[in-house]
Ligand binder design. Structure first.
Ligand SMILES: [Zn+2]
Length: 233
């Protein structure tokens, strides 16, 4: 595969035809995480919500007859965030997000000085930064996350403007972990090995090994979810 193929697939996903490249903020920061979940109130509901998933995401797990049973729990869950799907640890694709007007991603953080608040990041710019870094450095990573991913710098605070002060809050309930926010802020490394293994388990990644190995798989897996056509395998 050539570099130009990679670049084209990135570009297509970043700016699909007809989309606006610079979209004003349309998500109110305080309400974005409180979107209605009534549609998914029954966790046992199966098979009837597959149309909501991003196109082309994954085929073999369709189960009208329930024949696939043992490997991983297939129950649909209420999507914990507007950018989540109804599958554990699976986020929507970049195309889907942009088509649905989601261009900024919010996350809860705890500042050493200011306490807890919410910050948001630009979806496309952050994806471009992380994915470009991954593709440019993958060959030298040897399937292991680099140091700045395993021990990430904390975020700059919007309020007190201190660097390295805001730690993303990782939900103690694994299905509510804000994977996309952690990816885009390159702070997935604050997750425990157990949390990272949860991601890999539910996205069918090989999940044994040291934390830097599992963390690498988590970065690659999330980039692939955002851009299913991209070379992130
Ligand atoms: Zn602060």
């Amino acid at each position: 595969m050539s570099d130009s193929d990679s670049d084209d697939s990135l570009r297509l996903t970043l700016w699909p035809p007809g989309s606006r490249q610079h979209t004003p903020d349309i998500v109110e920061s305080s309400s974005a995480l409180d979107f209605p979940q009534a549609v998914y109130s029954d966790e046992s509901e199966r098979g009837s919500t597959s149309a909501r998933r991003g196109s082309g995401r994954r085929g073999p797990n369709e189960r009208p007859g329930g024949s696939v049973s043992s490997r991983v729990k297939e129950d649909r869950i209420p999507p914990p965030y507007p950018w989540s799907t109804d599958r554990r640890a699976v986020v929507q694709s970049l195309d889907w997000l942009v088509a649905n007007g989601i261009t900024r991603i919010q996350g809860d953080v705890s500042c050493k000085k200011c306490g807890n608040h919410m910050v948001d990041v630009d979806l496309r710019a952050s994806f471009y930064r992380v994915s470009t870094y991954f593709l440019n450095n993958r060959d030298s990573m040897h399937d292991r996350a680099p140091r700045h991913w395993t021990t990430p710098q904390l975020l700059q605070c919007d309020i007190c403007h201190q660097l390295d002060h805001c730690r993303p809050i990782v939900s103690s309930k694994k299905r509510r972990i804000n994977w996309l926010f952690l990816l885009l802020t390159e702070t997935l490394g604050i997750c425990t090995l157990e949390q990272l293994k949860y991601f890999c388990k539910h996205t069918r990644k090989h999940r044994t090994g040291a934390k830097d190995r599992v963390l690498y798989l988590t970065y690659a897996g999330l980039l692939k979810q955002l851009n299913p056509a991209g070379p992130f395998d």
